[in-house]
Design a protein around this ligand. Structure first.
Ligand code: ZN
Length: 350
């Protein structure tokens, strides 16, 4: 041994061997890491290529790529997404992803693509994109929120709940989101009988993180008496449309007549006869306007409802629990407007 390695007993030689070993390990992990990255990149490209052939009349594939195109094309893809031209937005994003090599730069476009897939209803594709982003950047809050929405839309609530763990660790407020998901789990639980479900819903009314409107709406579907018992006068404005469209058979006149605000709503609706010596006031502008008009002899006034989101400020003709535009929860704002009465349509929100 001494002949082969003359300095074998030399401590300096041992240190040199250790340094060489460390270098070999470092270089091989670097090379392995690069190979792994390349494979990931290839698998993402392979996945994305499967969707890039659809006709959009953009002829983007033939356009030579230049870095100065990135910004305007990103804006164009964003505009297409907002206009609902999802396939065009998808193809532009795919073109950019295909031509940009830096993952950091690509990340923003991947997020955009994932969101477009989500809006277009390609939930599994959206899941794959957000998983790719999270694989590389596990602390990406946007991607965590989006993948939670994807899982919720796929009714994979357990996976959606799992996203709350990293979000909480990253300092996000998740109590309302957790309540939203757990309420959905309860409402979709077909193994629980109606009585137990009602009991659980009534218990959840005590928890401030749970959506009052969602619980009352569910109670009206499951147990009308329980729904009426649990109506809180201070929260009536949040369920005004639900009350307004209730079928006559679902009304509890004992409770309605015991509360001024409820009496006023059903006077305005025309369900209760108007007593001029006892006119209830609701302090809801539209209701009090209709009651005053009725006293004045006008009987052809109704309410139309629209629904706004207090985060993105968009308006929708139908109610939502998650904003269809920005996916915010507990963001619904009910807008009631006086309108001319048309023939009874027998419409109910339940
Ligand atoms: Zn919104």
């Amino acid at each position: 041994m001494d002949n082969i390695l003359p300095a074998y007993n030399d401590p300096l030689f041992s240190i040199l061997v250790i340094v060489i070993l460390i270098l070999i390990v470092a270089i091989s992990s670097y090379v392995m890491g690069n190979i792994k990255e390349e494979r990931k990149e290839k698998s993402l490209k392979h996945f994305l290529n499967r969707f890039s052939t659809q006709e959009t009349f953009l002829e983007i594939e033939e356009m030579p790529f230049e870095p100065k195109l990135i910004k305007p094309l990103k804006h164009l893809a964003f505009a297409f997404k907002n206009q609902g031209e999802y396939q065009k937005a998808i193809n532009l994003n795919l073109y950019l992803i295909d031509n940009i090599s830096n993952f950091q730069e690509k990340k923003e476009i991947l997020e955009q693509l994932g969101e477009t897939y989500l809006k277009a209803g390609f939930l599994k594709r959206a899941e794959t994109i957000f998983l790719q982003i999270l694989h590389k950047y596990p602390r990406n809050i946007e991607a965590l929120y989006y993948i939670g929405v994807v899982y919720e839309m796929l009714n994979e609530y357990d996976k959606a709940l799992e996203t709350l763990i990293p979000l909480t660790l990253l300092g996000e407020e998740t109590n309302y989101l957790e309540a939203h998901l757990k309420l959905n789990i309860l409402l979709n639980n077909n193994e629980l009988n109606r009585i137990d479900k009602v009991k659980r819903l009534e218990e959840l009314l005590e928890n401030r993180f749970y959506d009052y409107r969602g619980i009352i709406k569910a109670l009206f579907q499951l147990d009308v008496e329980s729904a009426w018992r649990n109506i809180e006068v201070s929260k009536v404005e949040r369920i005004l449309d639900i009350l307004w469209f209730l079928p006559l058979s679902n009304l509890n006149f004992d409770i309605i007549l015991s509360e001024k605000i409820l009496s006023a709503i059903f006077f305005a609706k025309g369900v209760l006869p108007l007593q001029k010596d006892n006119i209830p006031k609701s302090n809801i502008f539209v209701i009090d306007t209709i009651v005053s008009a009725k006293i004045g002899g006008s009987d052809d006034i109704d309410i139309t409802f629209s629904y706004g989101c207090n985060r993105c400020r968009q308006h929708f003709p139908i109610p939502f629990t998650r904003c269809p535009q920005c996916y915010a929860i507990d963001a619904i704002q009910i807008k009631e407007t006086v309108a001319k009465k048309y023939k009874e349509k027998g419409y109910s929100l339940l």
